[in-house]
Design a protein around this ligand. Structure first.
Ligand SMILES: Cc1cc2nc3c(=O)[nH]c(=O)nc-3n(C[C@H](O)[C@H](O)[C@H](O)COP(=O)(O)OP(=O)(O)OC[C@H]3O[C@@H](n4cnc5c(N)ncnc54)[C@H](O)[C@@H]3O)c2cc1C
Ligand code: FES
Length: 339
């Protein structure tokens, strides 16, 4: 099979990229870690300047790279295929970053438990084969194959990294969602294939106060992070804002209450956007981003972790920046469609 040489400047590290793979896939295969997020062309985290060479994109992929980017020689590594030997310019990388902490692998798993958390969120646990472990950092995700069909879907780990004999996912059941429909009907012990861990959304090892903001199943990586912080005895100040449409869309409340007893600096602020007809709701009302705007003071000394729908994240980034938070301290995972 035809291969192209991809060289990383200024490090002079090189690997071969086959014609049937993207630059990012080839880097994984070569054991090289490059920056990325969704792996599906939607988030832009893998945008990288080319020092030389040209790339092409499959139809419909690469929506996060504009025509202007293309003309300026910017490539979207998760979708781009080299059409000649390439040099990538990684000027703001440190060489240590190029070695993945947890190299992704393929695993055979069985669906070992599932239960509905809300009318449209399903909690599914996939158990690894006896003795297998999947090492990951809280905030990362896996890609699960759709049995009998081409393609896979991305779901974040909701379990703590210490519980690594399984992958627990909070799965939003979308109207006509292929994976959601499959997993609802699948019997226990169904066998599946997944790959991971992927993603660079993870807690920075600093002492800064933490703001977490999530909506929908964006809860998943955040609870994994909280479990990890609790397991390490963290005493950091953490304020977790969670937005739901109605109070019946709130979930994982007992588990979150338990974090409050293990994390001395932890506060949970749930908000309901539309409490119409909900006599019982006494918490915050409104979009979660407006609640953050109302409650938070200046945020120069804080860092933030955001997860959920792209619109919520874009709005939250704007609000955090308007409260003085540095852009480099805002980390997020946008839950884009991965079909
Ligand atoms: C890094 C990453 C981590 C993710 N983690 C999770 C997670 O932990 N839990 C989770 O529930 N989802 C998560 N997602 C989103 C999930 O991968 C997609 O929503 C996926 O497409 C769902 O698969 P499906 O087969 O059920 O629906 P599909 O068959 O893929 O989609 C059905 C329909 O819904 C639309 N659609 C798909 N996803 C979305 C969306 N997010 N918002 C609005 N419309 C959509 C599609 O365009 C299509 O019309 C993650 C995405 C990324 C990129
Ligand atoms: S656009 Fe390439 S990783 Fe998201």
């Amino acid at each position: 099979m035809l291969t192209r040489r991809v060289t990383l400047r200024p490090f002079d590290i090189a690997f071969d990229c086959r014609e049937d793979e993207t630059i990012l896939e080839a880097a994984f295969r070569a054991g090289v870690n490059l920056r990325y997020g969704c792996r599906h062309g939607g988030c832009g985290a893998c945008r990288t300047p080319l020092q030389s060479g040209e790339v092409e994109y499959d139809d419909g992929r690469g929506s996060a790279v504009s025509e202007r980017d293309r003309q300026a020689g910017i490539a979207l590594l998760c979708c781009a295929r080299p059409i000649e030997d390439l040099e990538l310019l990684l000027e703001d990388y440190e060489v240590s970053e190029l070695t993945p902490e947890f190299p992704p692998r393929q695993y055979g798993v069985t669906l070992s438990a599932k239960r509905m958390l809300t009318p449209d969120v399903l909690l599914a646990t996939f158990s690894l084969e006896d003795g297998e472990r999947i090492d990951f950092a809280a905030g990362q995700y896996v890609e699960i194959d759709l049995p009998g069909q081409a393609g896979h879907r991305a779901f974040s780990f909701a379990n703590a990294p210490g519980k690594n004999d399984r992958v627990t996912c909070m799965i939003k059941l979308l109207p006509d969602g292929a994976f959601g429909t499959f997993i609802q009907r699948a019997p226990l012990n169904e066998r599946l294939t997944l790959r991971g861990p992927f993603g660079q959304f993870r807690i920075a090892e600093t002492a800064a106060d933490i703001i977490m903001i999530a909506g929908g199943t964006g809860m998943a990586p955040i609870v994994s992070m909280l479990a990890d912080l609790a397991a390490s005895g963290s005493r950091r100040v953490i304020r977790f804002y969670y937005g739901a449409r109605r109070s019946c869309d709130l979930f994982w409340l007992e588990e979150i209450a338990e974090f409050a007893s293990r994390l001395p600096g932890f506060t949970f602020v749930p908000a309901v956007a539309d409490p119409t007809g909900e006599a019982q709701w006494e918490g915050e009302v409104g979009l979660i981003t407006d609640v953050v705007d109302r409650r938070e003071p200046a945020l120069q000394r804080c860092e933030a972790y955001l997860c959920g729908p792209p619109g919520m994240i874009d709005s939250a980034v704007g609000i955090l920046r308007s409260h003085g938070m540095f852009a480099s301290r805002i980390r997020y995972d946008k839950f884009l469609g991965t079909g």
